[in-house]
Design a protein around this ligand. Structure first.
Ligand code: GUN
Ligand code: ZN
Length: 434
């Protein structure tokens, strides 16, 4: 089917809501016209009669019970951590040693990696995430398994094998040279194939030598359009450790900066405890932060100073950070992000949250020319949300006066049950049963 016509209410962002009047467009009765998996036209349904042939008119799908929104963009998630989501009782460094490294060590097993990749992609799509920036394990096989699975679903996905050459068990370590060679091979195999792209992925400064970080910098310099994905300034013990490991660096970000890792396709997860100098440098280099409030609370990392980073002009996207995060649903970090900013004395608006999960995420990933809203020509990755998906939502929604009320209620009370349909390149995804 190369053409689809869908009628219903539609909501998307045209710009950042707090910066521009009219940044959010709500069309109460829209006609979304797709051709070859892309947005062909978006109009008021009232204008449709003049445009459509009788055959087209009769093919219109009536989805007026649902809200059409762009697919969610998860800017930071770990696929090998799927099986250890919700691990009890520790903070970052102990959590990594106790739960994360043992689980990740098993991803040299190709069959295991393929099995988890299936569950992982299924969870993303079931939860309405159509684009994600993903950590694999240190094993190149884990990246092959994930890319293959995403490719089968025609998903837009960025991922990379982890690079880590110290301060972890042998079973999850590579070396500066093998990480360079394996990443290079994966870039050649996957970067730019269908909708897939590669991210050079040093885990974080404590598990890489300076030599390995510079190898990551060489990979970026040698391969146009490849991403950089790592962690930054998440936990106070981690920051102290980085100071000891890299005594010549001005600050945590400077460790990455000296290796040539900053830029408009660089995404740093967390960035909770940054100094002004680090904020300025992130903004100057057009690097992005992936904000992961669910994870930050679950592993006790801290309160993200969103307004401060925004005032510096830093690009921000949202991430679930599974398995530090406890849900695959991007609605969870939106709900938790609101609560976290309440603790910072700031009301994050529903439209700003929605922006961060859609167009803002697309901008953070330097993909806003392709995804993030329903602008004509963009790839049609979108969702049908059911505002009445649960008895409580149905009851609560009777008391919503505006789309803004409904959006906030959906963000706060919703989960995978509100995702009535996920569409990738204009086509509904059918979900495999787990
Ligand atoms: N820092 C280094 N590795 C990780 C990880 O796997 N998860 C989180 N949340 N932080 C990290
Ligand atoms: Zn993470």
């Amino acid at each position: 089917m190369s053409e689809r016509l869908i009628r219903g209410p539609l909501l998307h962002c045209l710009a950042e809501p707090d910066c521009q009047h009219g940044a959010v467009e709500y069309i109460a009765d829209a006609l979304l016209w797709l051709k070859h998996g892309r947005v062909h036209q978006l109009i008021n349904f009232a204008e449709a009669d003049a445009l459509l042939t009788p055959a087209q008119r009769s093919s219109v799908e009536d989805q007026r019970d649902y809200l059409m929104v762009p697919g969610f963009v998860d800017c930071h998630i770990h696929y090998p951590q799927t099986e250890m989501i919700a691990a009890y009782g520790t903070q970052l460094l102990e959590w990594l040693n106790t739960f994360t490294f043992p689980v990740e060590s098993s991803f040299d097993d190709v069959e295991k990696a393929a099995t988890v990749a299936k569950v992982f992609i299924d969870q993303l799509l079931t939860n309405g995430t159509t684009t994600a920036l993903v950590f694999c394990s240190v094993h190149p096989e884990s990246a092959d398994a994930l890319f293959s699975e995403a490719q089968q679903h025609q998903m837009r996905l960025i991922a990379g094998k982890v690079m880590m050459d110290r301060n972890a068990p042998e079973s999850v370590l590579d070396t500066a040279q093998t990480s360079y060679d394996q990443s290079k091979q994966l870039i050649e195999r996957w970067h730019g194939v269908d909708r897939l792209q590669y991210a050079v992925t040093p885990r974080f400064a404590p598990t890489s030598t300076d030599e390995q970080l510079h190898a990551a910098g060489r990979l970026l310099a040698e391969h146009e359009g490849v991403y950089l994905h790592t962690h930054l300034s998440e936990n106070v013990d981690e920051i102290e450790w980085v100071k000891q490991l890299f005594p010549n660096a001005k600050n945590y970000l400077d460790v990455y900066d000296q290796a040539g890792l900053l830029g408009k396709r660089s995404v740093f997860a967390h960035g909770i405890h940054l100094c002004d100098g680090e904020c300025e440098r992130l903004a100057q280099t057009d690097s992005a932060i992936a904000h992961c409030p669910t994870s930050n609370m679950f592993i006790g990392s801290g309160l993200f100073p969103m307004q401060r980073l925004q005032a510096h002009g830093i690009k921000i996207g949202m991430g679930t950070d599974v398995g530090g995060g406890t849900s695959f649903s991007m609605l969870q970090p939106l709900a938790d992000g609101y609560k976290m900013q309440q603790l910072n004395g700031h009301n994050l608006s529903p439209e700003q949250s929605f922006y961060l999960a859609t167009l803002g995420g697309a901008k953070a990933l330097d993909m806003d020319d392709k995804i993030g809203n329903f602008t004509v020509g963009k790839e049609a990755d979108f969702l049908l949300l059911d505002p009445n998906a649960t008895p409580l939502l149905k009851f609560r929604n009777q008391h919503c006066q505006t789309w803004r009320d409904t959006l906030f209620v959906l963000q706060t009370l919703g989960d995978d049950r509100v995702i009535a349909q996920t569409n990738v390149m204009g086509q509904p995804v059918s979900f495999a049963a787990l």
